[in-house]
Design a protein around this ligand. Structure first.
Ligand code: FEO
Length: 403
């Protein structure tokens, strides 16, 4: 199956005036065309009904629409007065062209940049630019708009219903994964076991480089009485909204540190020479009860390497030289870590070479770009000698002491 296909959608009432339209993106698609979502990903849009106006908050990708679910609520697309777009990434807007064809006069609310993008991308000009703190009275429901740039793109904002204390946060406070319920208070143990890694992987893959803006956004909204957080991915937090806020604060704090006292070992091996020393340090980590996430590259998708690297204080890179340079898949992984701002970690490198070295020099360039503190970069020939083994072990022990 090729991406962009939805196989499940449903409507869930959050209260008598607010409805969640939940779409589940298929499991064998890649999110953003690059991140595996074996457990699916939810795309949530919301309808808010006042006595005077009906509003949709965020939309969906091409091929999906709210029509069936709205019919079940006794509404048609023509009943919608305003579409609020918190964020323009196509997982929330890909279906707009179809929507605008059906409702050409639909009024779009968004930030200045968001409305400019709507005009440029969809040639839809019936837009209203909202200012930070602006309110919109729907009749018994007051929407308030807050500019929260760069969570996840520069045009992003969040929408709040004053009377209900509901915050529509779009990408912020979201997660990969699909769950047996849409509410935090109904999550089963199995749901929680998935939600933890899928929130952290989503954060590391999508939000991580924007962490300073996450912290800024959270602090800007601190005075709001938030009773429910309604993100556009993952579950609605109605029992304990602060739980996910604090969780996101923690994840954002990994950018500047401190990170968890854990090691991520990224490793590749062509003929087992580098792997021999990977096994040596794995033994030492186990003997010292150190948490070490072992990610074999390219066997595991970089998405998971990022998830572990983002939380870890130390990153060990073990990979051979390949045609005078770093093993290509490892170079790709380090490039991704650089793009996603996995900066300031404690690190060292080791790897085998046969007819030429070169990997250590390339590792050092990435390490410098990410401002890693490099304890050593050890290149050895073939299986290596006893002195190479001792150097790797001693560097690894130093790294453990520094955690
Ligand atoms: Fe869910 Fe940045 O889009």
């Amino acid at each position: 199956m090729v991406g962009g296909i939805y196989y499940e959608s449903m409507k869930i009432e959050l209260n008598k005036d607010v409805t969640l339209f939940r779409y589940e993106k298929c499991h064998d698609d890649l999110f953003e065309g690059c991140w595996p979502v074996e457990k699916g990903v939810l795309i949530n849009g919301y309808m808010v009904e006042g006595t005077e106006k009906v509003v949709l908050i965020d939309y969906v990708e091409q091929g999906a629409n709210f029509l069936t679910e709205m019919k079940a609520k006794g509404k048609t697309l023509q009943d919608i007065d305003i579409l609020v777009l918190n964020h323009l990434e196509p997982d929330h807007t890909g279906g707009l062209r179809e929507l605008f064809e059906q409702v050409p006069n639909l009024v779009v609310y968004g930030t200045k940049l968001a409305t400019t993008m709507v005009e440029t991308l969809y040639q839809h000009t019936n837009c209203h630019v909202v200012t930070n703190g602006e309110t919109l009275d729907l009749g018994g429901k007051t929407l308030v708009f807050y500019s929260t740039p760069n969570i996840h793109w520069p045009e992003t904002m969040m929408t709040y219903i004053k009377e209900d204390g509901m915050l529509f946060s779009c990408d912020a406070f979201g997660a990969f994964g699909t769950y047996s319920t849409s509410f935090d208070d109904e999550l089963t143990q199995e749901d929680w076991a998935l939600l933890k890694p899928e929130t952290e992987r989503y954060y590391a893959n999508i939000v991580a480089p924007f962490s300073p803006f996450v912290l800024k956004g959270i602090s800007a909204l601190a005075s709001l009485d938030i009773k429910t957080i309604c993100p556009s991915h993952g579950v609605v937090w109605r029992k304990d909204p602060l739980y996910v806020v604090k969780w996101y604060q923690k994840l954002a704090s990994y950018l500047a540190g401190p990170q968890e006292k854990e090691i991520t070992l990224l490793y590749s091996s062509m003929y087992g020479n580098t792997l021999n020393y990977v096994k040596e340090i794995e033994k030492i980590a186990n003997e010292n009860n150190v948490v070490m996430h072992m990610v074999r590259i390219p066997d595991e998708n970089d998405s998971y390497a990022l998830e572990q690297a983002w939380r870890s204080k130390a990153i060990v890179v073990a990979a051979p030289t390949y045609e005078r340079e770093l093993f290509p898949s490892m170079a790709h992984t380090l490039d991704l870590l650089k793009r996603k701002a996995v900066n300031g970690r404690l690190s060292f490198y080791f790897g085998s070479s046969l007819w030429s070295g070169g990997a250590a020099a390339e590792y050092k360039k990435y390490a410098e770009a990410m401002k890693f503190e490099v304890l050593d970069a050890i290149e050895f020939r073939g299986k290596g000698k006893e002195e190479d083994k001792q150097r790797i072990i001693s560097t690894f022990k130093q790294l453990i002491e520094r955690l």
